[in-house]
Design a protein around this ligand. Structure first.
Ligand SMILES: *[C@@H]1O[C@H](CO)[C@@H](O)[C@H](O)[C@H]1NC(C)=O
Ligand SMILES: *[C@@H]1O[C@H](CO)[C@@H](O)[C@H](O)[C@H]1NC(C)=O
Ligand SMILES: *[C@@H]1O[C@H](CO)[C@@H](O)[C@H](O)[C@H]1NC(C)=O
Ligand SMILES: *[C@@H]1O[C@H](CO)[C@@H](O)[C@H](O)[C@H]1NC(C)=O
Ligand SMILES: *[C@@H]1O[C@H](CO)[C@@H](O)[C@H](O)[C@H]1NC(C)=O
Ligand SMILES: *[C@@H]1O[C@H](CO)[C@@H](O)[C@H](O)[C@H]1NC(C)=O
Ligand SMILES: *[C@@H]1O[C@H](CO)[C@@H](O)[C@H](O)[C@H]1NC(C)=O
Ligand SMILES: CC(=O)N[C@H]1CO[C@H](CO)[C@@H](O)[C@@H]1O
Length: 803
């Protein structure tokens, strides 16, 4: 994947961590920095007059009272007598109680009496921003009740560049527009409940393989994501604009290097893009252990080192301020940002003691803090329902309970796991596992061996029961949950349906009297490992073995990532296929309601399902060291984002590859018709080529100006009520622009026969491309194409306009 041999030669020098900042050198040519990050110093100051002005002045007053040691203390985590994942130390004499930081973006983890929310990918599949906001609000409320000041989520990176990546399920979608809308609502919801959101990981950590540097054994730096400026803005930075616009109080920098400089000391990324161009007012904290330097990270825009400042800061930062290597004003800025977020979220009054409901040892007697709000139940349920995507239905669904004499249920993922023990050593329950053991020879075992320094065996499915989230720090802790089997038993009981089940055999017997056979498999993914496969033979065979004997075989996957289906999709006895994603605690209840038509499927794929692995191109696997590479290369792994903007459906469109199921696709129990496309320029909209407004949170303020309005009529043309995801794609003129890009979606609820007018607002950013020369978002001259319809490939309405 190397594009330049000179790169290897320069690596050692480039990768060396320099202590002192380079002077503000004028940047004349982008190409000068190929594979490197340009220096951007100093750290921007905060915006005195913006939405944070009160909080900033209160924070400044407090900072004046602090000694140098106290200030430095706040820039590093400390241990605490709580189960919080991280802790910013208190300054008790001034009434600052410290901050409890806890995992993560799908609910508070590592504790009891909280809810397991649908995971990010499930929320993305719902295409429902209102639901995303409600979920975030209740997640924030639970965090607050537990005394969690800072929730370590949402995750919008990885975005899903690498199809096999292990953490993609934590984020909403590979599409930047969908990701951006969802993170805006999520940050707003969490912070609306009084808790600081941590949008992570900044930036371009797209694979688990080589995400960490190794200092034991063969020396190795973390992978470097090498990204051109335009791709950075239009893909990876895009949703961070939305998160900052929503006022995210904190941002977590990532493990990887970016253009060969560690993300947590990358001055171009932190000072230049985040605190400069995007106008971010909060604080940047490291991922756990992602700090790699002292002076360089302080000058490069980092504010807090987690889990501890002792490695690079602490007494050394005190020394660096005393000898002038780090200006005291820079330290003041770091501490002001932390305290300002605390004031901004009004945590200085009425907030529980940090870590109040986060016991250190869940297995020992402890204070019971039930954080769950009864009012959140409909949100948990609807959240679970709306992330299910029905992709095949040959008359099998909905099931009519009165006609079901007998149903057979198969698959290791249909039942609850053997244990659900949140007091387990992994600090969570099964879903907190970082890898899962393989207890059966039938489970594909893959040694990642030469793929990286990870030498682990890793199962691509979770064989011990259903999954409601993926694993690692984004896993959820659940107080209880509904597995498919549990919910089906309740339904069968009502209907008097006989239930046959076998969760063990790979080739189960099928009672020929079965009216339907449901096979439930899963796709396991977790932080720390990329996935070995997009399909596993064990589950494919199980499905085929059932389909051989059952004319009505319904396949369900709980999938924490893309799952291919071509081994069985065309089998005439496979009558329905459902991507159930990672639905959280109401999993079984939601699935059974959908199967029986009490609810309608309304989820759409937030990614593309290919026919074969190869169709994804070079981004299928993580980049990894190839056998035979030089030792030098092995020490400095490189990942060149050469595909640029052509990810997922943009790639399939550009290469004219027919996907199995395209981005945005999903079936319903009803049908929808589109008509009446109207495209209007808004009155007094300003079509200057570049935005001219000042920078506020989320970049130049006029990036968000609405310039165009598109309306269409959507009709429910079927016999039952349902929700449609109406999608708008733009073909933006100009060089290097993808054929179509999502730039609007709406989810109207339509009674049978009903028609509604759906409106899409196109903002300046939606119509712009990032100009590398102007370093601004630029409107394009020429003809813009507008497509509206049901998915990225089913677009019955077309129009255009000129700028
Ligand atoms: C990374 O390098 C590319 C190629 O020179 C450049 O376009 C881009 O701006 C750089 N980005 C960062 C964050 O350093
Ligand atoms: C720094 O924080 C630690 C707790 O982590 C505390 O024991 C110590 O007193 C603090 N030092 C100062 C100077 O505030
Ligand atoms: C200042 O102190 C820091 C931290 O101990 C050290 O890394 C740096 O080299 C010192 N700089 C000078 C100019 O003495
Ligand atoms: C799965 O079950 C087996 C035996 O029943 C056990 O050894 C293994 O630890 C379990 N794995 C997980 C992740 O719970
Ligand atoms: C990985 O571990 C296994 C057993 O633990 C060992 O046999 C194998 O050689 C290791 N592979 C590599 C590439 O280190
Ligand atoms: C594994 O598969 C073999 C044959 O493919 C079968 O005989 C055996 O029962 C299976 N084991 C389990 C635990 O499913
Ligand atoms: C479909 O299922 C029926 C049993 O109901 C079986 O007889 C038939 O062979 C199956 N079809 C295929 C293609 O396996
Ligand atoms: C919520 C909703 O719209 N439910 C409808 C889904 O479709 C069934 C028929 O399959 C209707 O009965 C429900 O009213």
């Amino acid at each position: 994947m190397l594009t330049s041999p000179s790169w290897i030669a320069g690596l050692v020098g480039l990768c060396a961590v320099t202590g002192a900042a380079q002077a503000n050198s004028p940047i004349t040519s982008d190409s000068h920095f190929y594979g490197q990050s340009p220096p951007v110093y100093p750290v921007p100051t905060m915006d005195e007059d913006g939405a944070w002005s009160d909080a900033i002045s209160k924070a400044r007053e407090l900072v004046k009272e602090l000694s140098l040691e106290e200030k430095v203390n706040m820039t590093g985590g400390t241990t605490s007598a709580t189960g919080c994942s991280g802790f910013v130390p208190a300054i008790s004499r001034l009434g600052f109680p410290g901050l409890c930081l806890a995992d993560a973006g799908n609910g508070v983890r590592n504790t009891d009496f909280v809810s397991a929310w649908p995971s990010g990918m499930h929320v993305g599949a719902s295409f429902n921003t209102e639901l995303a906001r409600r979920r975030a609000h209740f997640m924030g409320k639970e965090a607050k009740a537990k005394g969690v000041n800072v929730l370590l989520g949402p995750a919008i990176g990885p975005m899903g560049r690498v199809v096999e990546a292990g953490r993609t399920w934590e984020g909403f979608s590979i599409d930047p527009y969908l990701m951006g809308d969802m993170v805006y609502e999520t940050v707003s919801g969490i912070q609306g409940a009084g808790v600081i959101a941590t949008t992570k990981h900044f930036i371009a950590q797209e694979q688990e393989t080589h995400r960490l540097a190794t200092r034991q054994g063969p020396f190795q730096e973390a992978v470097s994501s090498n990204i051109d400026d335009r791709t950075m803005h239009e893909q990876y930075l895009w949703p961070f604009y939305d998160a900052v616009r929503a006022g995210t109080g904190s941002i977590m920098c990532s493990f990887n290097r970016l253009n060969n400089t560690y993300a947590c000391q990358n001055s171009k990324a932190l000072n230049g893009m985040l605190k400069g161009d995007l106008g971010f007012q909060g604080w940047v904290m490291t991922d756990w252990g992602a700090q790699h330097s002292g002076v360089a990270s302080a000058l490069g825009g980092l504010d807090v080192a987690m889990p501890s400042g002792a490695t690079f800061w602490g007494t050394q930062l005190v020394a660096a301020v005393n000898n002038g290597s780090v200006p005291e004003a820079t330290l003041d800025n770091m501490v002001t940002r932390i305290l300002a977020s605390w004031f901004q979220l009004k945590q200085d009054s009425g907030f529980p003691e940090p870590g109040y409901g986060m016991p250190l040892d869940l297995a020992a007697p402890h204070r019971i803090v039930d954080a769950r709000d009864r009012c959140s139940k409909p949100t948990l349920f609807e959240g679970a329902v709306e992330g299910h995507v029905l992709v095949k239905n040959e008359g099998a669904l909905p099931l009519d309970g009165s006609k079901m004499k007998q149903i057979s249920l198969f698959g290791y993922s249909a039942h609850a796991p053997n244990t659900n023990n949140y007091a387990s050593p992994s600090g969570s329950n099964l879903f907190g596992a970082w890898s899962i053991g393989t207890q059966s020879a039938n489970i594909t075992e893959v040694s990642l061996g030469w793929r990286g320094n990870l030498n682990i065996t890793y199962a691509d499915i979770a064989p011990n029961g259903t999954i409601i989230s993926g694993g690692g720090s984004g896993a959820t802790a659940n107080s209880l949950f509904s597995a498919p089997y549990d919910a089906l038993v309740a339904q069968a009981y009502e209907d008097g349906t006989a239930l046959y089940h076998d969760f063990e055999s790979a080739n189960p017997q099928v009672n020929p009297a079965s009216d339907a056979c449901i096979v439930v498999g899963n796709v396991w993914a977790t932080e720390g490992h990329d996935r070995p496969n997009l399909r596993d033979k064990y589950t494919d065979d199980l499905i085929l073995n059932v389909a051989k004997k059952c004319a009505n075989t319904i396949v369900v996957f709980h999938n924490a990532g893309v799952r291919l289906v071509d081994a069985f999709v065309d089998h005439s006895n496979v009558t329905a296929i459902i991507y159930a994603h990672v639905p959280g605690q109401d999993s079984g209840k939601a699935l059974i309601s959908l199967l029986y038509g009490k609810e309608n499927f309304s989820g759409r794929l937030p990614y593309t399902v290919a026919k074969t692995e190869q169709d994804y191109g070079a981004v299928l696997h993580p980049d990894f060291q190839k056998p035979g590479e030089t030792a030098e290369y092995m020490a400095y792994p490189q990942s060149d984002f050469e595909e640029g903007l052509l990810l997922d459906y943009r790639h399939f469109d550009a290469e004219n590859i027919e996907p199995r199921y395209e981005f945005g696709f999903g079936l319903s129990y009803t049908t929808f018709e589109y008509s009446n496309l109207v495209i209007n320029k808004d009155e007094d909209a300003d079509f200057d080529k570049y935005p001219t407004g000042p920078v506020s949170e989320g970049g130049q303020v006029d990036l968000w100006d609405e310039l165009m309005t598109v309306t269409v009529d959507v009709t429910n043309s079927g016999d039952v009520d349902g929700k449609e995801v109406a999608q708008l794609y733009l073909g933006i003129p100009g060089e290097g622009t993808p054929i179509r890009q999502l730039r609007g979606f709406q989810k109207p609820s339509l009674a049978a026969g009903e028609t509604k007018k759906v409106e899409f607002k196109l903002r300046r950013r939606d119509l712009s491309v990032w100009s590398v020369v102007a370093q601004k978002w630029e409107l394009q001259e020429g003809e813009y194409k507008v497509y509206v319809g049901r998915s990225s490939r089913d677009l019955p309405l077309e129009g255009d306009f000129e700028i």
